[in-house]
Design a protein around this ligand. Structure first.
Ligand SMILES: C[S@@+](CC[C@H](N)C(=O)[O-])C[C@H]1O[C@@H](n2cnc3c(N)ncnc32)[C@H](O)[C@@H]1O
Length: 175
């Protein structure tokens, strides 16, 4: 069973939709920022946050809640703008401006800051889309296939070779 959190009017086919706005395709109206969503632990195989995480009050609390709802071995998919994309700062309801390393604190690659949260995820896929010109020149391929180059791009190049949307996929590990 798939949960689409912040489904808006574009709910994933066959998913169970949650949104805090009643004027959407949501099956349940609930606020991600509230203490906990009205579902039991491990209720879902897959949780989608498609252009939702950048709107929440607290990224760590939201991931912990999504971790609670997803069964161990299940999948969390996050789609969100890279902070260098036009849309990241254009929408005044965006609270967070993220990059491809923003969720590393939940994985082995936490750089010494694994204590931010006890919940653990395994990175399955991190993909960033670039503008067509950069894609055509092969830069998108290299960034998505070479971790060292992705790091180099985030540090040195991304204000010129700007990112668009990121898709990040994680496996939920038992705590
Ligand atoms: C940019 S829209 C994305 C909608 C849909 N996922 C899509 O891709 O078209 C963000 C959605 O998240 C919902 N949302 C924002 N903050 C929320 C919260 N705290 N709790 C529940 N839903 C929230 C909004 O109501 C909105 O429908």
């Amino acid at each position: 069973m798939t949960l689409d959190l912040g489904c808006g009017r574009n709910k994933c086919f066959e998913a169970f939709g949650v949104d805090n706005n009643p004027d959407t395709d949501a099956d349940v109206i609930a606020d991600i920022d509230s203490a906990s969503l009205p579902f039991l632990d491990n209720s879902f195989d897959r949780v989608l946050l498609v252009h939702t995480i950048e709107h929440v009050d607290n990224v760590i609390n939201t991931i912990e809640e999504v971790h609670r709802l997803t069964r161990p071995g299940g999948t969390i998919v996050i789609e969100t703008p890279h902070y260098t994309d036009f849309s990241s700062f254009c929408d005044p309801t965006h609270r967070w401006h993220l990059n491809t390393f923003s969720f590393r604190y939940f994985s082995d690659n936490h750089g010494g800051f694994g204590y931010y949260s006890r919940c653990r995820l395994r990175e399955k896929k991190i993909q960033v889309k670039l503008l067509r010109l950069w894609r055509f020149l092969g830069l998108e391929f290299v960034i998505n296939h070479c971790l060292i180059f992705r790091k180099f791009w985030e540090h040195y190049l991304c204000f010129v070779i700007r990112g668009k949307v990121m898709v990040l996929e994680f496996e939920v590990l038992d705590q």
